[in-house]
Design a protein around this ligand. Structure first.
Ligand SMILES: [Mn+2]
Length: 408
């Protein structure tokens, strides 16, 4: 049985005020092409289907169109909710859609949703555990919650079992590689579950972490998000996992690389250097295109065609999503206006000088990202008020944070 594993689609997401919807439509089309080409029978979407618990009409429309096309190709879809989704909304009409080959685990209702499919080697059971907050299950940690859910299930280890879930999975305490786009991931908090807990599964399809990776030596994988959702991911490749299950114990996992509509790039230098490099990049494209026309006329069209394709690919580079760090020391007049004239999709402008000054001036631990949100607030309060927060106020903030965590 051939399975495609993806997740963390975050449909409807904005990155630095740029809507990702067009990029998402493009990448979903590519995922469907891979699924069709590889003759995939089941597609797993391991949570964070939408970016928000109340998605926009456009986001709902895109998912609807993607699922319709996927099911029309005879590919089943198993989809769970992640911490960004509303379990009830994602699960809407789930029992009706089951008959169409769309299996949704939105809410957890005291028993994990199971989908059993057959191939020539027998049965494969997909066990779905959507993201649930531990307190909703009366557990003190995510690990306890998942352990309790699994303890209720009778897993037939003679047969093949696949888990679909959305948690922060660690291996012997080692954290997965993280990115800046995973909000609400608390490193080293009560949120992690150990990979050893998942040892009964032939494959665990995880969502939550946006960088594709295997956890420990087990068949426990994050497919990663299909697109780069932060500049910390600029140098990573994005992919989906293709799993081939044969007889029990005989399987392999491959990565199929994804190519985005817009690349993400980090540029650093003085304004002059960056403008010059952009110009060279763009005049280079014009020369390449002129060269390709000559080739097409003189030395045969096939060679010219390759050059034209390369020229087009290079021409697209000016539409990349870029982050520019300017190293100029002098004040600049309207740098963003100048940069936007060569990179219309510039997402972020940083000033290296200002960063250095901030580093020199700030003895605070503002840059320490490993702090919990609560600790960040306590530090902030102390910095602003010059004294520690009192107990009643601390309680108010703690309640507000718990409420906010529930929302995202
Ligand atoms: Mn996510």
């Amino acid at each position: 049985m051939k399975i495609l594993h993806t997740g963390d689609l975050h449909i409807g997401k904005y990155v630095h005020d740029f809507s990702m919807l067009e990029d998402q439509a493009y990448i979903l089309e590519q995922i469907l092409e891979i699924a069709v080409r590889e003759q995939v029978e089941v597609m797993l979407i391991a949570g964070d289907v939408y970016d928000r618990s109340v998605p926009t009409a456009e986001a709902v429309g895109l998912l609807d169109s993607f699922l319709t096309k996927t099911l029309a190709r005879g590919i089943r879809v198993i989809m769970i909710s992640g911490n960004h989704d509303s379990p009830q909304r994602l699960g809407f009409a789930g029992r009706i859609l089951e008959k169409q080959g769309l299996h949704i685990a939105g809410t957890y209702e005291g028993e994990a949703k199971k989908v059993t499919l057959k191939d020539t080697y027998g049965e494969v059971t997909f066990l779905c555990i959507p993201y649930c907050r531990p307190e909703a299950l009366g557990a003190s940690s995510c690990e306890e919650a998942v352990a309790e859910i699994l303890a209720k299930e009778k897993i037939d280890s003679e047969k093949r079992n696949v888990l679909v879930t959305h948690y922060f999975v660690t291996d012997g305490g080692h954290s997965p590689f993280l990115s800046d786009s995973e909000t609400a991931v608390n490193v080293g908090g009560l949120d992690n579950i150990e990979a050893s807990l998942l040892s009964e599964f032939d494959y665990a399809a995880l969502g939550h972490i946006h960088r594709p990776q295997q956890i420990g030596g087990r068949p426990v994988f994050y497919s990663g998000s299909p697109l780069k959702y932060s500049f910390s991911e600029a140098n990573h490749d994005k992919s989906v996992n293709l799993i081939t299950l044969r007889e029990k114990g005989d399987m392999d996992v491959q990565c199929a690389k994804l190519t985005p509509l817009h690349e993400m790039r980090l540029l650093r230098g003085t304004l002059k250097q960056i403008m010059q490099a952009a110009e060279e990049e763009q005049t280079g494209d014009v020369e390449r295109e002129a060269g390709s026309r000559e080739n097409a006329e003189g030395r045969g069209a096939a060679e010219g065609g390759d050059d034209a394709a390369a020229g087009k690919a290079a021409a697209r580079k000016c539409f990349d999503y870029v982050q520019v760090t300017l190293t100029d020391e002098a004040e600049l007049y309207d740098p963003i206006g100048a940069l936007r004239s060569v990179y219309p999709n510039i997402m972020q402008l940083l000033l290296a000088v200002r960063d250095e000054q901030a580093e020199d001036a700030a003895p605070s631990n503002a840059a320490d990202r490993s702090r919990s949100p609560m600790q960040m607030y306590l530090d902030f309060y102390e910095e602003v008020r010059g004294r520690q927060i009192d107990e009643p106020r601390r309680q108010v903030i703690e309640d507000a944070m718990r409420e906010a965590a529930r929302e995202c």
